[in-house]
Design a protein around this ligand. Structure first.
Ligand SMILES: [Fe+2]
Length: 284
């Protein structure tokens, strides 16, 4: 039995603005919150992300100009047109694990500006990596994973090869609860790099692979921990993107479903300096 996103119904923009603390409290407690009842322009959405950032401690906020916007309608995905409501068109992933060595991507402020589809289509699924970590590993396995640093190599859009590193168990940026951070889109390429700063034995590498396989299978198959959002036009979702793996289902035409998102980080480029931002931000 899956869980629905906790939705806060607001009657006006003023009502929304009087409830920012409540909204963030629900998000902290449940890892995600939805807002329904207002329609925000992209500008209003950015201001909301900034005003929430002032309270939550993320960027964008009102201290500098930084913001990072993206628009998604899945039109670049050739399989969307022929897909059905419950079929994944964007597979399970944790967001931008390649950034973790630089700054953390901790939330999204998503605005479904256009949703003219069957309510059962284009759903977003989420699952909390903290809960999965607690559930599927015994204490010995958790201890082993706490010492694991992994790497994967990928081709970048600019044609370069980039090797990314990640500490497999990381504390939540606010609550310090432990969770797995791993790039689920590149699972076949993930290898154990170091165990407690030492080169791994072949047995340790094999044990790591088996524990990661268990993680990705749990993410995909555990429907009891799955949080589902069925969208309505105008919905704002604020997921904790450090902890929530997520996926999207099909059954819609890309011209009927489009959202604008603002990524929220623990730092802005101006505060960390250009040399310390993720390499992909420099086109590498
Ligand atoms: Fe994502």
């Amino acid at each position: 039995m899956s869980i629905n996103v906790n939705l806060i119904e607001v009657s006006s923009k003023e009502d929304l603005y009087s409830r920012l603390n409540e909204i963030l409290d629900v998000q902290t407690k449940n890892s995600i919150v939805g807002i329904r009842g207002v329609r925000l322009t992209e500008e209003e959405q950015l201001q909301l992300a900034r005003d929430l950032g002032d309270i939550a401690g993320w960027f964008p906020n009102n201290t500098d100009k930084f913001n990072h916007k993206y628009i998604e309608n899945h039109s670049a995905n050739p399989s969307v047109g022929a897909s059905s409501n419950n079929e994944l068109i964007l597979s399970w992933h944790l967001e931008r694990v390649d950034y973790d060595e630089y700054l953390l991507l901790v939330a999204g402020v998503w605005n479904m500006r256009l949703f003219n589809c069957d309510p059962e289509s284009g759903k977003t699924y989420f699952i909390d990596s903290r809960k999965v970590f607690q559930k599927i590993y015994n204490e010995d396995e958790k201890n082993f994973l706490r010492g694991c640093k992994a790497y994967w190599t990928e081709q970048t859009p600019s044609g370069n090869t980039r090797t990314n590193y990640v500490k497999i168990v990381q504390p939540h940026w606010k609550t310090e609860e432990e969770q797995i951070r791993v790039e689920l889109h590149h699972m076949a390429a993930i290898k154990l790099y170091k165990i407690n700063d030492n080169d791994p034995t072949s047995e340790e590498a094999a044990a790591f692979e088996s524990l990661m396989k268990r993680f990705s299978q749990e993410i995909a198959n555990n429907e009891d921990l799955r949080i589902i959002h069925k969208w309505k036009e105008g919905d704002i979702l604020i997921p904790d993107l450090f902890s929530l793996a997520h996926a999207v289902t099909g059954g819609f035409d890309p011209k009927d479903r489009e959202f604008t998102g603002y990524w929220c980080y623990t730092a802005s480029p101006s505060s960390v300096g250009e040399d310390n931002v993720p390499p992909s931000w420099r086109g590498e």
